[in-house]
Design a binder for this molecule. Structure first.
Ligand code: MG
Length: 405
């Protein structure tokens, strides 16, 4: 649609109710490993990468929730991703997921957990058509002759092929259209084959837009092999096209050790006879990390964003600086991938506090603890740090563009 400027606030509901009977596998299909990570994680991270997506709700059998949560923790997402217990049918599961969707959603998009290779362009086609028409689904024109047959096995009149499509997901709807159709269906006891059939049953037209051949549904072992091939093909293409999608930044900071100040490092108050001198809480580690992020985003340095001359920065916790730097960097379209930092400090011993520092920094930056590394070294008595005159910190951070153009 030409000239559409509005960013569609979209909630994705992922139906992950399958038990994997056709896979003859004890592991539910959505947890099977594909190209090194569980199918569910491929699906969720593919969707979360679209800037239209404001929330992801995964509906799945209650007994699978702990495993799904532990899988999702392997990656950090810039949006809310939650699991809800599903119902006894797909439709009921989707309804329970829709019930958790943010009320400010323009569009609710329903997707299968086991379609991990979802093309951004295709998702956008579906979202735009849904916004324009109220409801849209991706479909592939039928290539083989589809034949109807009676229960006795007799062939019925052949439907015209140009009217036949293999329908995929994601299917997208005006939030209000889907909510009211699901409610009507529940009241009437109508069970559709998919969400679009429910919406159509409730009287809303549904548009078909071109789907994607790669958007396969993983139901049989052979599908898994095909998906591996498709993913490796894509990552090769991505590597060729994606040289400018990630950026690295570095930060260095020094503060003097003085009497009468608390020693705060990585947001942790460390018992010591001296503390770092500075305008804020002088958390040298947090400052170096801030500079690494700002550096990667080419947004200057901490002094420019939080000047010493601004009295409102006096005594502030530097974890707040980290949170603000994160949102500044994210507003430029970047997502933080990882941080690695080193403290240069002769005394006190840092090791007992490293875990708490990592937790503080990971939480302030909205990334997993496993994406934060903190090291400490003495300088063997050399330099100002070695003489106990101060503490310094160095950090690097890697940013990735949230959206691959
Ligand atoms: Mg500083």
């Amino acid at each position: 649609m030409a000239g559409r400027e509005k960013k569609l606030m979209t909630v994705a509901v992922i139906a992950a109710g399958g038990t994997g009977t056709r896979m003859s596998s004890a592991v539910p299909k959505q947890f099977l490993v594909l190209a090194g990570k569980p199918i569910l994680l491929h699906t969720v991270s593919g969707i979360a990468a679209l800037e239209e997506i404001i929330q992801i709700v995964i509906a799945l059998p209650v007994e699978h929730i702990p495993e799904a949560q532990s899988i999702l923790q392997r990656q950090s997402f810039p949006i809310d991703v939650q699991c809800v217990p599903g119902g006894s049918s797909r439709q009921e599961s989707v309804s329970l997921g829709v019930a958790q969707a943010r009320p400010d959603a323009d569009i609710i998009m329903v997707h299968d957990a086991v379609r991990p290779i979802c093309d951004r362009d295709m998702i956008r086609r579906v979202l735009n058509a849904a916004w324009e028409h109220g409801a849209a689904v991706p479909g592939l024109p039928a290539t083989e002759t589809i034949q109807r047959a009676s229960s006795s096995g007799h062939v019925l009149p052949t439907p015209p092929r140009e009217e036949l499509y293999a329908i995929q997901t994601p299917q997208a709807f005006h939030a209000g259209v889907l909510r009211s159709a699901l409610k009507q269906a529940e009241e009437a006891g109508f069970l559709g084959t998919d969400e679009s059939s429910v919406v159509r049953w409730a009287g809303h037209p549904v548009m078909v837009v071109p789907g994607s051949q790669d958007n396969i549904k993983i139901t049989r072992p052979l599908d898994l092999e095909l998906a591996e091939l498709l993913i490796s093909k894509r990552s090769e293409e991505g590597n060729r096209a994606g040289m400018n999608e990630s950026r690295i930044g570095q930060g260095i900071d020094y503060h003097r050790l003085v009497e009468g100040r608390k020693l705060i490092l990585g947001g942790v108050e460390i018992p010591f006879e001296k503390g770092l001198e500075g305008h804020s809480d002088a958390d040298v580690l947090a400052h170096a990390v801030c500079d690494a992020l700002l550096g990667a985003a080419a947004m200057g340095d901490i002094g420019r964003h939080f000047p010493d001359t601004d009295p409102s920065n006096r005594g502030r916790s530097s974890l707040e600086f980290l949170r603000e730097v994160r949102s500044k960097v994210e507003s430029e379209g970047w997502t933080l991938r990882n941080v690695d930092a080193t403290l240069l400090v002769q005394r006190p011993r840092i090791a007992p506090h490293v875990l708490a520092m990592k937790q503080n920094i990971a939480q302030s930056l909205g990334i997993a603890i496993s994406d934060v590394n903190i090291k400490a070294t003495t300088t063997e008595g050399m330099n100002a740090e070695g003489r106990g005159e101060g503490i310094s910190a160095q950090a690097v951070a890697l940013l990735v563009k949230r959206e691959i153009k």
